[in-house]
Design a protein around this ligand. Structure first.
Ligand code: BES
Ligand code: MN
Length: 464
C-alpha cells in the first residue's frame, strides 16, 4: 500500500471516532460575541490544544484581550530545508444560536439525521466552522497514525473571534509575525460548488458595519398630543433606508462604487459556463426575483458587486398590544459588502455624509459602529498552490474543482497577505443549504468525510 492509500485507510477506519471528537467540540457553546460564553470559548480552545498535543503538536491556547487563540506547530521528523510549511486556519467560535425556538433539536446537542438518503449532523458550529477545521485535525491524525508523521510542516491557527470580526487577530499576527509566517495559508471555512463538485474560493467580499441612531423629540411623546407637529425619528430612518437603493437596485450613496471594476470578459464568460440556476438558488429560500443590480447575473451580484444591507431596525413600542407613542429614537444596523478596491473607511464616510444629508434640522443622528472593517480579498488563480490543491481535489471527487467567488467575508485573509505576506488558499466542504448563522445549522457527514480525505491528499501532494 502506498503512503497515501494507507493514510486514507487510517482515516476511514477511525471515522466514527472523528465524528465523536467533532461532536464533543460542538457540545461546547463557544459563542464569541456573548461575554456570558467566554468560559466556554476557553474550554473549547483547551480541548483543541489537548487533542493536538496528543498528536505530537506543540500546542498552546494563547491569551488575547478577547478569546484565546489556538496555535500549534508540527515539524515532521523527515523535514528537510525544502519541506513546505503551511498555516491551517479555522475558527472554533460560533454564532449565537438564537432564535432557539426555531431549532428542531437543541443547538449544542449534535445529532445525525438521515433525510432523503443524506446523513447530516445538526448543531450550531457543525458547518461554521468546527466541522470544517476538524477536517484538518483529522487528516493530520490519519497521516500521523499511518506514517508516524506529517508530510509537510504545519502550523495550526484556530481562532475564537471570527464571528465577532477577529478583533484580536491583527495585533496577534503582528506580534507573532515570525512564528506564523508560512509559505501559504489553507483556510477551511467556505463551500463546495455543489454536493459532488469541489471548489477553491478565490474571491471574498470585504465587510464594514455601521449603526445609526436618529433622535427626534427629547423624550417619548403621546402620539395624540404631539402627533403632527413632532417629527418621528422612525419616519426619518425609513426615508434613509428607502433612499439607499434606486429602482435598478443600485446603491445611491455618492462615491460608493469608487474602486469597483467591471468584471473581466474572460471571468464573466467562465461564470456563465458554470452550471448555476438562479431560479433554484432563490427558490431554496422562498424567493423568485433577484433584487440586486438589474442587468447583472445573480453570481455577479453575489461574487463581484458591493451591497448595502439593513441587518436590523428598531424603535418605539414593539411589545404586545398597542401603545400610542411617538418615540424619541430610532435605530438601525447596516453592513456593506465590499469588492475590488473599495476602502472600508471611505465607504463609511460616504454613508455617514449621505445619512446626514437626509436628517431634518431638528433631528440628530449619531453613528456608533465600531469602525474598522476589511476590504475584499482576491487570490490570483494562477497560484501554483491552487493548481496542486485542485489536482488533489480532483483525485478525491473525480471532478474538476471550480474556481469560484463567495459573497461572504473572511477578513483574516487580507491580514494574512498584508501582515504576513501569505496567500490564502480557501478550500471548504460546506453546502449552500447548511444554514450557517441560522437555526438548524447542519454539516453533511459526507462533507466531513471527504473533507478529511481531501486534506489527506492535499498534504500528501506537497510532501516529498
Ligand atoms: N464562513 C463564513 C464566511 C463564508 C460563508 C464563506 C459562506 C463562504 C461561504 C464566516 O465565518 C462568516 O460568517 N464571516 C462573516 C464575517 C464576520 C466578520 C462576521 C460574514 O461573512 O458575515
Ligand atoms: Mn466561518
Amino acid at each position: 500500500m502506498t503512503d497515501l492509500n494507507a493514510v486514507l485507510a487510517a482515516a476511514a477506519a477511525d471515522f466514527d471516532n472523528s465524528l465523536e471528537r467533532l461532536f464533543r467540540l460542538v457540545r461546547i457553546p463557544s459563542v464569541s460575541t456573548d461575554p456570558a460564553h467566554a468560559a466556554d470559548c476557553e474550554t473549547a480552545a483547551k480541548a483543541i490544544v489537548a487533542d493536538l498535543k496528543q498528536l505530537g503538536f506543540k500546542a498552546e491556547a494563547r491569551k488575547t484581550k478577547g478569546r484565546p487563540m489556538v496555535v500549534a506547530h508540527y515539524t515532521p521528523k523527515q523535514a528537510r530545508p525544502g519541506t513546505p510549511h503551511f498555516l491551517f486556519y479555522g475558527h472554533y467560535d460560533v454564532q449565537p444560536a438564537d432564535p432557539l425556538e426555531l431549532w428542531a433539536t437543541p443547538p449544542f446537542e449534535p445529532v445525525v439525521k438521515t433525510e432523503k438518503g443524506v446523513a447530516r449532523m445538526y448543531g450550531r458550529g457543525t458547518a461554521d466552522d468546527k466541522g470544517q477545521f476538524m477536517t484538518f485535525v483529522e487528516a493530520a491524525r490519519a497521516w500521523i497514525k499511518a506514517t508516524g508523521s506529517l508530510p509537510v510542516k504545519a502550523t495550526f491557527l484556530i481562532e475564537g473571534e471570527e464571528e465577532s470580526g477577529s478583533p484580536s487577530l491583527v495585533p496577534f499576527l503582528k506580534a507573532h509575525a515570525k512564528e506564523l509566517s508560512c509559505d501559504a495559508a489553507f483556510v477551511c471555512d467556505t463551500n463546495m460548488w455543489d454536493r459532488r463538485t469541489p471548489a477553491i474560493t478565490t474571491r471574498l467580499r470585504g465587510l464594514v458595519h455601521e449603526e445609526v441612531t436618529i433622535t427626534g423629540p427629547r423624550i417619548d411623546l403621546h402620539s395624540g398630543v404631539y402627533g403632527g407637529p413632532a417629527m418621528s425619528p422612525i419616519r426619518v430612518l425609513s426615508k434613509v433606508i428607502a433612499a439607499l437603493h434606486d429602482k435598478t437596485g443600485r446603491v445611491t450613496i455618492p462615491g460608493f462604487y469608487d474602486g469597483v471594476a467591471e468584471l473581466p470578459k474572460a471571468t464573466r464568460k467562465q461564470w456563465q459556463s458554470l452550471d448555476f440556476s438562479e431560479a433554484r438558488f432563490l427558490r431554496e429560500v422562498g424567493l423568485k426575483l433577484p433584487a440586486g443590480e438589474k442587468g447583472r447575473s445573480v453570481l455577479e451580484q453575489v461574487w463581484a458587486r458591493p451591497t448595502a444591507e439593513v441587518n436590523g431596525v428598531w424603535g418605539g413600542y414593539t411589545g404586545a398590544g398597542t401603545k400610542t407613542v411617538l418615540p424619541s429614537q430610532a435605530h438601525a444596523k447596516f453592513t456593506f459588502r465590499l469588492v475590488g478596491r473599495q476602502k472600508p473607511e471611505k465607504v463609511l464616510k460616504a454613508f455617514q455624509r449621505f445619512v446626514k444629508g437626509l436628517i431634518p434640522k431638528d433631528c440628530k443622528v449619531t453613528f456608533s459602529g465600531r469602525g474598522g472593517g476589511s476590504p475584499a480579498t482576491e487570490i490570483a488563480e494562477d497560484n501554483p498552490i491552487i493548481a496542486k490543491s485542485a489536482k488533489a481535489l480532483k483525485d478525491e471527487f473525480r471532478r474538476e474543482a471550480v474556481l469560484m467567488g463567495s459573497g461572504g467575508s473572511i477578513p483574516i485573509c487580507r491580514s494574512f497577505k498584508d501582515i504576513l505576506g501569505m496567500d490564502s488558499i480557501l478550500v471548504g466542504f460546506g453546502q449552500n443549504d447548511d444554514a450557517i448563522h441560522s437555526p438548524n445549522e447542519k454539516y453533511d457527514v459526507e462533507s466531513f468525510r471527504r473533507g478529511i480525505r481531501s486534506w489527506v491528499r492535499i498534504m500528501g501532494e506537497f510532501g516529498a
